[in-house]
Design a protein around this ligand. Structure first.
Ligand SMILES: C[S@@+](CC[C@H](N)C(=O)[O-])C[C@H]1O[C@@H](n2cnc3c(N)ncnc32)[C@H](O)[C@@H]1O
Length: 248
């Protein structure tokens, strides 16, 4: 089994990955970011939506939102949150390497470093190609991740995050001359410790821009945070946006 297919990683570490603090931040980003300001009724696809940290506020904001994820258990949780919030969103269980809905969306989002998971570089490119095929002409793809440049200022000694009833220790390892990284997670609760590891490609802005162009996007731009600041020394994350060509 590849690491991203292991549900226990996503659910075991959900106190960090899908925390109430992240839900509040995502709601704030959706409400205020100029990069996420779309006309009401915009059709949005949330690739790798998980438990709907972004899907729910996007739907609440009036966008016609669909979340896609590999794990039905996470989608079920997202559906419950939607029901509680009295908002409607569609959820599809699928692998993003395969999911294509031709011309069905105006915007495709891939949020919170949900990109670069597949060992074969061609499969990561396929995720961008599928996004392009799923967009209507003129539609846009936005990918948000921890880039090579932003990761470089963050990686270092192990980090400890408190979670309800315990703590998570995270250790990062840079692999293959900064091509990829591995993060080892240990969840400590009482006398028990659970371990998991994830290995991802890490991209510079230039590398991800080139992949967008290879996948068929034009007008590719990079931003350093959700306020739309430039991708420079003050960037806290990498957000890449590209457009599918308008119809002739
Ligand atoms: C870091 S989480 C981010 C989730 C969400 N975007 C967020 O902001 O909370 C990555 C998500 O990618 C999903 N995922 C991993 N591999 C996938 C695949 N091959 N196809 C679809 N989803 C996948 C996982 O199940 C997980 O929910």
């Amino acid at each position: 089994m590849d690491w991203y297919e292991d549900l226990s990683l996503w659910s075991g570490f959900s106190a960090v990955l899908f925390s109430p603090q992240r839900e509040r931040q995502a709601a704030d980003v959706v409400a205020t970011s100029p990069l996420l300001a779309f006309p009401p009724g915009t059709r949005v696809l949330d690739q790798c939506c998980g438990v709907g940290v972004y899907t729910v506020p996007l739907a609440r904001h009036g966008y016609r939102t669909t979340g896609v994820d590999l794990h039905p258990e996470l989608l079920e949780r997202a559906g419950l949150v939607c029901a509680e919030a009295k908002v409607e969103a569609a959820f599809v269980q699928a692998d993003v390497r395969e999911y294509v809905a031709p011309d069905a969306f105006d915007v495709v989002l891939n949020m919170y470093t949900s990109f670069g998971y597949f060992e074969d570089p061609e499969e990561n490119l396929q995720v961008l190609r599928n996004a392009c095929a799923s967009l209507a002409p003129g539609g846009q793809l936005i990918v948000d991740l921890l880039s090579k440049e932003t990761y470089a200022s963050w990686v270092g000694p192990p980090k400890i995050v408190d979670v309800p009833g315990g703590m998570v220790v995270m250790r990062d390892h840079i692999l293959d001359d900064w091509s990829r990284y591995r993060t080892d997670w240990t969840l400590v609760r009482g006398n028990t410790a659970e371990h998991s590891s994830l290995t991802c490609w890490v991209y510079s802005a230039t590398e991800l821009r080139a992949m967008f162009e290879q996948a068929g996007f034009e007008n590719v731009e990079c931003f350093g945070d959700w306020d739309g600041r430039p991708y420079d020394g003050g960037a806290t994350r990498l957000i890449v946006r590209g457009s599918k060509a308008p119809s002739a």
